[in-house]
Design a protein around this ligand. Structure first.
Ligand code: PAP
Length: 327
């Protein structure tokens, strides 16, 4: 009798195919053991990733379908992703929820705005919240083709590399401590970061990719700096709302809705919510509370020596020279 496959079998078959070709592909990539972690970093299309994340990137490149109405929040880790997710989510949903009913009160910002590429083969469920906002740490040059072709909007956030490195270091240290492991060696982590070997690094290439694209497509890519947003958050919430085509009405301005969104999404407020103080673990190793450390500009002064700071400044200056961007 002729055997018939149902759609689940077909998905599984495709999944097996995908796993096989992924394993084959990854075995050909350069790899580095680093930041004291058990997993190696693999260099894919010029950037360093852990295999689990890499699988998501490759899968998204093959299967993710962006919609023209999507907004995609883009960043290299530790530059303000969690904050930007909560701000953009609040801007989009301001007429659906009262301050007291927003899902941000009971869910981590990473749950209300999921990553496009972290849970490969599960893309359809990503739009469960009914809000057309997704996020990604994928570098511009490796974005799925459909993101570029759909004409959807991208919002990129970057942060001073010294604070970004320090935040990343503490994040890794917190994960390791929660597993009763020694934190990574600071000097070793710093050396690797300077060499470009960090999550989704080289840091500078990641930033420059989006910076150059934002100059070419200013209507499609909004390029933001964490420090400037901290300085005048209300102004940036208004800019964001305009950019994603949800501008505030004059009545909303009068009622200080942008100010209320800033307050709701402030580090002070979010980091004190039970859900964000929780030790609940996501992605196998990250406790909710680890996304909220200090939320300050210039905290690198408490971690880096002046030699380290000067070295990072020198590299940044060299890498960004001629680009028109300063960090
Ligand atoms: P992710 O890439 O893992 O999502 P991301 O949110 O980009 O991390 O960065 C975390 C940083 O943003 C932390 O910085 P720190 O280590 O220097 O403290 C975190 O504290 C900070 N952060 C989180 N929420 C906010 C917020 N609401 N306002 C400002 N900064 C925030």
């Amino acid at each position: 009798m002729e055997s018939r496959l149902d759609s689940k079998d077909i998905v599984n078959e495709n999944e097996d195919e995908f796993e096989k070709s992924f394993e084959q592909m990854i075995s050909t990539l350069p790899k580095r053991k680093c930041w004291g972690n058990r997993e190696d970093f693999y260099q894919y299309q010029g950037f360093w990733l852990y295999p689990t994340f890499l699988k998501g990137v490759v899968s998204a490149q093959q299967r993710f379908q962006a919609q023209p109405t999507d907004t995609i929040i883009c960043s290299i880790p530790k530059t303000g992703t969690t904050w930007l997710k909560s701000l953009i989510f609040s801007i989009y949903t301001r007429t659906s929820f009262y301050d007291s009913t927003t899902p941000l009160l009971s869910k981590l910002p990473h749950e209300v705005v999921p990553f496009m590429d972290l849970y490969h083969a599960d893309f359809p469920s990503y739009r469960d919240m009914g809000v057309p906002v997704l996020a990604t740490h994928v570098p511009y040059s490796s974005l799925p083709r459909s993101i570029i072709d759909s004409g959807c909007k991208l919002v990129y956030i970057c942060r001073n590399p010294k604070d970004s490195f320090v935040s990343l270091y503490h994040f890794n240290a917190a994960i390791r401590r929660s597993q009763n492991l020694q934190p990574p060696d600071l000097d070793e982590a710093f050396e690797l970061f300077c060499e470009g070997v960090s999550m989704y690094g080289p840091y500078w290439d990641h930033v420059l990719g989006y910076w150059k694209a934002s100059l070419e497509h200013p209507n499609k890519i909004l390029f933001l700096k964490y420090e400037e947003m901290i300085e005048d958050s209300v102004l940036y919430v208004k800019k964001l709302a305009e950019f994603i085509s949800c501008p505030f009405s004059s009545e909303e301005h009068q009622k200080e809705v942008p100010e209320k969104i800033v307050k709701m999404c402030s580090f002070e407020n979010l980091s004190n919510l039970e859900v964000n103080k929780s030790e609940k673990v996501r992605m196998g190793v990250v406790q909710h509370k680890m996304y909220f450390r200090k939320g300050k500009v210039g905290d690198w002064k408490n971690c880096l020596t002046s030699e380290m700071a000067e070295r990072l400044d020198r590299i940044t200056h060299q890498k960004l020279s001629g680009s028109g961007l300063s960090l």
